[in-house]
Write a protein that binds this ligand. Sequence first.
Ligand SMILES: *Cc1c(COP(=O)(O)O)cnc(C)c1O
Length: 228
Amino acid sequence: MATITNNLQLVRNRIEAACAQTGRPADSVRLLAVSKTFPSVTVREAFHAGQRWFGENYVQEALDKMTELTDLREQLTLHLIGPLQSNKTRVVAEHFDWVQSVDRLKIAQRLSEQRPAHLQPLQVCIQVNTSGEDSKSGVAPGEALALAQAVAALPRLQLRGVMALPAPSPDPAVQAEALAQVRVVFEQLRAAGLPLDVLSMGMSGDLEAAVAQGSTMVRVGTALFGQR
Ligand SMILES: *Cc1c(COP(=O)(O)O)cnc(C)c1O
């Protein structure tokens, strides 16, 4: 318990310091706690330390955890940040609050059709792949605008922004370059008139660089919960 509380404080301090360094308000960056592979008791501990937004990569694992956290469920905001197959869209539309990993229209259409009417629209981000690796999910930067416009037109989704997972690098210059490419895509979509407010990038190892490049949401696992 003490460890998670301490780690949360350390990460919040890092975000605050990064904001101060670049002249941004401390509350301009949200922290998404990435709890993949950690049990529901860990999520519960982070909740008691004040954390409310959680990111999960694997649909079934997230659903199992939420079943164990039914008492807290309405106070948590659950984000899917991992790849989504079409056969899982229905449970995701029914049980998640956000999907940050939308990278093709078919998935977005299914999510919109399957989002239950009694829930608020599903909040979504387009995942952009700026590193050009075939193995990675995400739409190519040149296709991001067309996808974003099509997603923005879907009735039961609310398009909020862009998410990216740049290839990790120990070199700050390389980190900054990759993150800047994501920011450029985000700015292009906004310049085209899409009302986006979320630039989701930055993880345990590069959150300072991400904040410097305009990130509004950092997704942190290891620095909060330890090695997976
Ligand atoms: C695992 C994961 C993270 C968290 O990474 P850490 O390095 O553990 O902070 C963030 N975003 C995505 C998409 C992930 O899969």
